[in-house]
Write a protein that binds this ligand. Structure first.
Ligand SMILES: [Cu+2]
Length: 350
């Protein structure tokens, strides 16, 4: 069980140290990304599985992510520790984590969040492709560490060296029985400095990207039968609940298994988008939602439900419910993101 309270305590404990860091030059804020500015969708870009991309497309994607990590943050008034545009996305996830997980907004919110990230790679970093996804089931039967997504040459780098949980700086998000825990030692993100996190911290706190592969999560959950049974659920609520899972070892679902199977930064429920693999993992979850919708489009392109929070005053999520990405993007209604090839969105899955 991941203990969230621990991290808040750690963040408060470290706060004075953040305040003494030199501040960066402020930049004029950009308007939020507007995915409606070109709302016709005639040739939707096709999102592909990472290993099917030719080498030059992999390099183009990795270069765009590195570029986003160099672009200046525009959300510093609300995210004091953000340095880069990449941090802005991580920070918005931190700020919204508690209202967009374990509730009915989970899939639409992350669908829109990933699409806005993809849009930022294009608009701010000249990326000409589509957001790739990672079908982890292709790696679960083989040697996880040898997955093409972990390639140090044309992937995201591999596991951190072994560090026991008690020796890791952010023990609250450390999974027992992990095989790593240290900083990612190779690949394009080996020198990545994360500025926000861990946990809910949005003040400057430079640290490395960590991974801590947890093989039991993968072997148990990333099976063809778990995917098939998830797709067989007959309502949005049942499908979403099974897919998202809970933050518990025995009910982590496909979503939780990706976060915990990679571990380290990606297992931090608040600041997991610090690992660029977050977006490939969530694109694959989105692909499964889209597959599920396509099994019965008449009903499922409008099927949305579930509570909008975890508290006793929760309302029911409807198609009219607004998805809030803070100042990252304009608000849209859930109805606007139910179909990936129309309206605010414009992509497909190959
Ligand atoms: Cu999330």
């Amino acid at each position: 069980m991941i203990t969230l309270q621990r991290v808040t305590a750690i963040s408060l404990f470290l706060l004075p140290a953040f305040l003494s860091l030199p501040s960066r030059t402020a930049t004029a804020p950009l308007p939020p990304l507007d995915l409606f500015s070109n709302s016709t969708c005639t040739a939707p870009p096709q999102r592909k599985e990472w290993r099917t991309l030719p080498p030059h497309e992999k390099q183009a994607y990795l270069a765009a992510v590195l570029c986003l990590q160099r672009r200046a943050s525009t959300l510093r008034p609300t995210l004091p520790g953000a340095v880069s545009r990449f941090d802005d996305f991580q920070g918005v996830h931190i700020q919204h984590m508690e209202t967009v997980h374990l509730n009915g907004q989970f899939l639409p919110w992350h669908r829109y969040f990933t699409a806005v990230y993809e849009d930022a790679l294009r608009v701010q970093c000249g990326f000409g492709g589509a957001q790739p996804y990672w079908d982890w089931t292709l790696d679960a039967d083989g040697v996880w560490a040898e997955s093409p997504v972990f390639s140090p040459i044309d992937g995201f780098g591999g596991n951190g060296p072994y560090v026991p949980c008690e020796d890791q700086p952010f023990e609250a998000f450390c999974i027992p029985n992990g095989t790593g825990g240290g900083c990612v030692p190779d690949g394009p993100f080996r020198n990545l400095t994360l500025h926000l996190g861990p946990g809910q911290n949005v003040h400057r706190n430079d640290h490395c990207l960590r991974r801590n592969f947890h093989l039991q999560s993968i072997q148990y959950w990333f099976s063809a039968s778990e995917v098939a049974q998830t797709l067989e659920e007959d309502s949005y609520v049942r499908f979403w609940r099974r897919l998202e899972g809970l933050f518990e070892v025995h009910r982590i679902g496909l979503h939780g298994a990706g976060h915990l199977g990679v571990g380290g930064t990606l297992s931090d429920v608040y600041s997991s988008p610090g690992d660029p693999l977050f977006y490939l993992h969530h694109a694959n979850l989105d692909r499964l939602w889209w597959q599920w919708q396509q099994l019965n489009p008449t009903e499922r392109l409008t099927d949305i439900s579930g509570p909008d929070s975890q508290g006793p005053t929760a309302r029911n999520v409807t198609l009219q419910y607004e998805i809030d990405l803070g100042k990252l993007a304009l608000k849209v209604k859930i109805a606007d993101v139910m179909h990936i090839g129309r309206r605010a969105l414009c992509y497909g899955y190959a």
